[in-house]
Write a protein that binds this ligand. Structure first.
Ligand SMILES: Cc1cc2nc3c(=O)[nH]c(=O)nc-3n(C[C@H](O)[C@H](O)[C@H](O)COP(=O)(O)OP(=O)(O)OC[C@H]3O[C@@H](n4cnc5c(N)ncnc54)[C@H](O)[C@@H]3O)c2cc1C
Ligand SMILES: C[S@@+](CC[C@H](N)C(=O)[O-])C[C@H]1O[C@@H](n2cnc3c(N)ncnc32)[C@H](O)[C@@H]1O
Length: 609
């Protein structure tokens, strides 16, 4: 985790005189001069006996070395669209040291007319040049691309997956030996499940020997275009039958975390019993979602980047699929609190070099221009950060999850017990509210009581927000943060947040807290709170479940069949979508959406040592 770069260097698009995309750094072409798509179909799909081999499977995983233009990915996606017997879910995992920026990718893929509808979908979710794992979903989640942005030698050891087919496409071994090095081949062998196939257009002796040495049986086949031969292979070993739990879970807690886990599981065909003691959802406010950055690029900052990008694309996909989500990606301005912090914020950007569309430093004049009014000073501008209505999110997620999620509302879980192979959620009178082989404990601070053996170091922190009614003197379309935050509300007013009170279980709305929030607003935006009186304002109070290491808790506990999703602190919208995807992927034996070290940093098992 230490020392990993924040960004990747994008590829530069060049072409040979014949028009074939060319990489100057490697002095090699991206695909055969005889046609990239035909090569993808002949070498990589047919070479792995696809689509035949994926038929009848619930889920099928392809691992590729070298995403390049994405032609192999697009060819596989296209083949799946045209195959009614294809798997319910296709995972395509691809590692790429120099991803193209979206504009260059669009230009490079423009000649492939028949792929354009897919190209459009890919470009709509294509990430900025941020290093690490990016999970992108298409066709309602049937196709999942996990792009590992960075060097294969660094990222493949971080991959937790079981691949059914390998596409080896990392430029020619003579020009790019690193991509075929023993360490990379060893990782491919580790990830390939027994019986997994591989294909590549090179038949270089060194490659054949390395693959054979790592446990692949390889043979030559008729090649494509100017290449007389190509290579196919099979991972030796007998397939190990994997015992998967029945797809049935009890989830305790229907807040952000529980609802997202329910939706992610339902999208994989699970039946879910979603239990919550609360009858009514709190509505009427909005929450912020933005990444974290700090000087050491600590683990919370590292994990926040894939989490932030996943949240955005998950919400976009919900909207694209026709669900009503109230949100706006209008940007968040995070103001420095004084000169020292401003200097630190500027230093972080110059040291880590974030893409400006992700995060950049702005001086006071630009900050004022972005806000459209005076602000207290310079800071960070996160153009794609968003505010979201959590109420609308819950409704949209449950609508998308459909009848597979049964809600048990107004039921408090007093304790848990294991009976046979099932976990039971029990009410105070001992009656069984719900039972299933898999249990996900997602009830925020109360998870600590329900799972004492997991030793969750959770604290409860009260918070109150203040609503400011719409007023001509309070025009602000973006979110401004720094000392708390001021965010526009869909009704034209604003919400100011939030207080932070340890060991306080009160749910009452307090004028003193409004006063504190107004002072926050005034410190960031001079004059913004003028005329607002604490005694006349509305607000909302809630609780955060916080963890000393400032990381959320998502994953399997040491108890068989028990998972937890809690500790989201003040950043539920940032952590919950990717955390839920992590749990659902692991429960299904699918590729992890996070590198091994970050998944470990979020795991509840971290508190056991
Ligand atoms: C004032 C304030 C402002 C915030 N602003 C933001 C923001 O701008 N952006 C952001 O991302 N986050 C924000 N947060 C944090 C965010 O609200 C939390 O991170 C998020 O709600 C955590 O989700 P959760 O599902 O873990 O917990 P919760 O949303 O609290 O859900 C837990 C659920 O479990 C249920 N439950 C508990 N115990 C039991 C039991 N024994 N049996 C049955 N059900 C049970 C509860 O009724 C509840 O519905 C804010 C929080 C506060 C308090
Ligand atoms: C032949 S191209 C891949 C073409 C691609 N599969 C397609 O379908 O368009 C090879 C890719 O491998 C990438 N690459 C080279 N060395 C790498 C490394 N060490 N780690 C990750 N990617 C690497 C290159 O940047 C290049 O995009």
């Amino acid at each position: 985790m230490a020392g990993r770069s924040v960004c990747v260097i994008p590829a530069r698009l060049q072409r040979t005189p014949e028009g074939v995309p060319f990489a100057p750094e490697f002095q090699d072409i991206y695909h055969s001069a005889s046609g990239g798509l035909a090569q993808a179909r002949h070498v990589f799909l047919a070479g792995n006996s696809l689509p035949e081999r994926w038929r009848g499977r619930d889920s099928f995983t392809i691992l590729e070395t070298g995403f390049g233009l994405g032609l192999n990915f697009l060819a596989a996606w296209d083949a799946l669209r045209n195959d009614p017997q294809g798997p319910a879910r296709l995972h395509f995992v691809s590692v790429e040291r120099h991803p193209f920026v979206a504009g260059d990718l669009a230009e490079a893929l423009a000649p492939f007319e028949e792929l354009q509808p897919l190209v459009k979908g890919l470009l709509a979710t294509w990430p900025p040049p941020i290093a690490g794992f990016h999970r992108l979903q298409f066709d309602g989640g049937r196709v999942q691309l996990t792009l590992l942005a960075g060097d294969a030698r660094e990222l493949l050891p971080q991959l937790e997956a079981s691949a059914d087919a390998l596409f080896l496409d990392g430029f020619s071994p003579a020009k790019n030996p690193e991509m075929w090095s023993p360490e990379v081949v060893r990782e491919l062998a580790r990830v390939a499940s027994p019986g997994a196939t591989l294909a590549t257009w090179t038949v270089a002796g060194g490659v054949r020997a390395a693959l054979a040495g790592a446990g692949f049986r390889v043979e030559k086949r008729e090649g494509f275009g100017s290449k007389r031969e190509m290579l196919v292979g099979v991972r030796e070993g007998d397939p190990v039958p994997v015992a998967r739990p029945r797809r049935h879970a009890v989830i305790v807690g229907a807040g952000l975390a529980g609802t997202l886990v329910a939706e992610r599981l339902a999208s994989r065909g699970w039946e879910v019993e979603l239990v919550d003691e609360r009858e009514k959802k709190v509505a009427g406010t909005v929450g912020l979602v933005r990444p974290i950055a700090n000087l050491r690029d600590a683990v919370n900052a590292q994990a926040s980047r894939p989490a932030f990008l996943y949240t955005l694309q998950h919400f976009r996909a919900l909207q694209h699929d026709g669900y009503h989500l109230v949100w706006r990606r209008g940007g968040v301005l995070q103001l420095a609190d004084g000169e020292d912090e401003a200097a630190r914020m500027a230093a972080i950007i110059s040291a880590q070099g974030h893409p400006p569309e992700f995060l950049r430093y702005v001086d006071t004049a630009e900050a004022c221009a972005l806000a459209g009014r005076p602000v207290r000073g310079p800071g960070w501008w996160m153009p794609s950060a968003a505010w979201v209505s959590p109420g609308s999110l819950a409704v949209a997620l449950l609508a998308r999850a459909g009848p597979g999620v049964r809600r048990h509302i107004g039921r408090r879980v007093e304790r848990l017990e294991r009976e046979g192979g099932d976990w039971r959620a029990l009410a105070g009178d001992g009656s069984v509210i719900a039972e299933a082989p898999t249990l996900v404990v997602a009830n925020a601070f109360d998870a600590k009581r329900l799972l004492p053996d997991v030793r969750l170091p959770l604290s409860r922190v009260r918070g109150q927000v203040t609503f400011l009614p719409a007023s001509p003197s309070r025009v602000l379309d973006i979110v401004v943060s720094g000392s708390g935050y001021v965010a526009p509300l869909p009704d034209g007013g604003h919400v100011v947040g939030a207080t932070y009170q340890h060991d306080d279980a009160g749910e009452d709305i307090r004028a003193a807290d409004h006063r504190e929030n107004l002072a926050r607003a005034a410190s960031m935006l001079p004059g913004f709170a003028d005329g607002a009186h604490p005694m006349e304002l509305d607000g909302l109070a809630g609780f955060r479940a916080t963890v000393p290491d400032r990381l959320p808790i998502f994953g399997a506990t040491q108890l068989p069949g028990v998972w937890t999703a809690t500790g989201l602190g003040s950043r539920g919208l940032l952590w919950a979508p990717l955390g839920a995807e992590l749990i659902a992927s692991r429960l299904e034996g699918e590729p992890s959406p996070l590198p091994r070290d970050l998944a470990g940093a979020l795991s509840p098992k971290r508190f056991l040592s």
